[in-house]
Design a protein around this ligand. Structure first.
Ligand code: GLN
Length: 479
């Protein structure tokens, strides 16, 4: 039986039916990783011994009829910003290359408690700052569909690992598009949850008012399975509200007929590939065929999203990165003065993109500039959020492209940060508004057969709705 190309839902079913053991599933993924990861570089750290141990434990639970959850025995990976007790967690940065957390992130604790198997920690842009996984201190992750191209970022290690059949699912983070854009580049499904839906405790932060943690897998159904386990209030993260976690797996079964789907004209600008336009059009037709109504809408402040984000995010980054000073984090033991400790640690420990953002953020927050940059950006952020509030009075969800093009060549944008920032043009507004959205594969480019996804955005705490639309589309494409 071909194991590794199955969905998480299928594997979970086969495991419960006793057609496959967790150890067999785990070994099949390990075999695949050993064969192909040299080329793709999805992993910063592999945890195969632990994985086999966890798989055996799951098999004995099955033997004793003590399975804990639908994820029991299922091999997954974690983006290397999710802190794992006793397992190195680097944020793909030199400054944390030897950091072994003394605690677990809530998301990992919940998954562990659900019985999952950990295959390893996946590559990311350094501290998740980037859109191509090229800023990692551990080398670029290559796109499984064309290894001369990037996997996207920053959760590129996770999306490439799912696409390459290295794991049944993964956990990524999305601050401005880091789950959705690499999912589109790699041809997998990724969910950016509402801000606060999943605890961020123990996940190395980038920009704290924007960071979210979410699932990446082959299908929306698989993402729903993972979300079911990781969503909910956490005493350790004050931004997680005490809001009921619905039954996502039930919710995705509902039809989409009668739903109103908005198409915002601002997302179809010059410079997007014809292939990308066509793929969105075919999604529109599928949704109409399923009985949804398509409504043209406007989100007038969209054009300010990228500049607004690239003020707010660096400001928060400059505050969050202050702890990497050679004393609290990073090793400054060989220097004498405090200034030497700071400069030496940061000079050698951090890459250019991280330094650039610390500088921009520190500048924008400094006396005299705070009002001109940070406060103004916060006001525009409110306008962007209000655009969505108004749109969701008229429509149930919004359909857009994920990024202007399919995966680009490695190196194409590395010397031009502004070009790299424009990668986020269709994902950032939803991050600023704090709403949820899913990226799912929908077609292929004519040249090079590269995956192209679509994005479906929903109101805050309506993950069930976007998962349901994505699931119904995926069911239609399959049959
Ligand atoms: N590409 C965006 C950035 O570099 C988004 C990153 C993210 O979501 N972590 O800021």
């Amino acid at each position: 039986m071909d194991i590794v190309n199955k969905t998480l839902a299928e594997l979970s079913h086969l495991f419960r039916e006793k057609k496959l053991s967790s150890r067999e599933i785990t070994d099949a993924f390990i075999h695949e990783i050993e064969k192909h990861d040299k080329k793709l570089n999805c992993f910063v750290t592999k945890t195969f011994d632990l994985a086999r141990e966890m798989a055996d434990a799951s098999d004995s639970r099955r033997k004793n009829n003590k399975l804990i959850s639908p994820l029991d025995g299922m091999p997954i990976t974690l983006k290397d910003v999710v802190c794992t007790h006793g397992i190195r967690t680097t944020a793909s940065s030199n400054i944390l290359k030897d950091f072994v957390p003394p605690y677990n992130a809530t998301v990992w604790k919940k998954l562990q408690d659900a019985g999952v198997v950990l295959l390893g920690k996946t590559n990311t842009d350094e501290f998740t700052m980037g859109a191509s996984t090229e800023t990692s201190a551990f080398g670029v992750t290559r796109n499984p569909h064309d290894p001369t191209r990037v996997a996207g970022g920053s959760s590129g290690g996770s999306t490439a690992a799912v696409a390459a059949n290295f794991c049944a699912g993964s956990i990524g983070t999305d601050t401005g598009g880091s789950i959705r854009q690499p999912a589109h580049f790699c041809g997998v499904t990724g969910l950016k949850v509402t801000y606060g839906r999943v605890s961020r405790w123990g996940t190395i932060p980038m920009a704290s008012s924007l960071d979210t943690v979410g699932p990446i897998a082959k299908t929306a159904e698989d993402c729903a399975m993972i979300l079911q386990t990781i969503a909910g209030k956490d005493e350790l993260d004050a931004t997680t509200p005490d809001q009921k976690v619905p039954n996502y797996l039930d919710e995705i079964k509902s039809k989409v007929s009668g739903l109103r789907i908005g198409i915002p004209k601002e997302y179809f600008i010059d410079g997007i590939d014809d292939d990308v336009r066509e793929v969105v059009n075919s999604a529109k037709e599928i949704l109409q065929g399923l009985g949804a109504e398509i409504v043209n809408i406007s989100l007038p402040h969209t054009k300010y999203a990228v500049p607004t984000y690239y003020i707010i995010a660096p400001c928060e980054i400059s505050a969050n990165m202050a702890r990497f000073d050679g004393i609290r984090f990073g090793s400054g033991k060989h220097e004498k003065t405090i200034e030497e400790i700071y400069t030496q640690t940061r000079e050698s420990g951090l890459g250019d993109e991280v330094k650039r953002r610390i500088l921009i953020g520190t500048y924008a927050l400094s006396a005299g500039y705070y009002d001109a940059f940070y406060r103004k950006a916060q006001k525009v952020r409110t306008l962007i959020k209000q655009d969505f509030d108004k749109a969701f009075e008229k429509v149930d969800a919004i359909l857009t492209p994920v990024a202007p093009t399919p995966a680009f060549k490695i190196g194409k944008n590395t010397t031009d940060p502004l070009r790299m920032y424009l990668e986020d043009i269709f994902t950032i507004a939803a991050s600023l508004a704090g709403i949820c959205g899913i990226s799912l594969p929908m077609g292929k480019s004519e040249v090079g057969e590269l995956p192209i996804g679509i994005q479906i955005l929903g109101p805050a705490f309506h993950e069930g709705r976007v998962l349901r639309i994505a699931h119904q589309i995926q069911k239609t494409i399959q049959t």
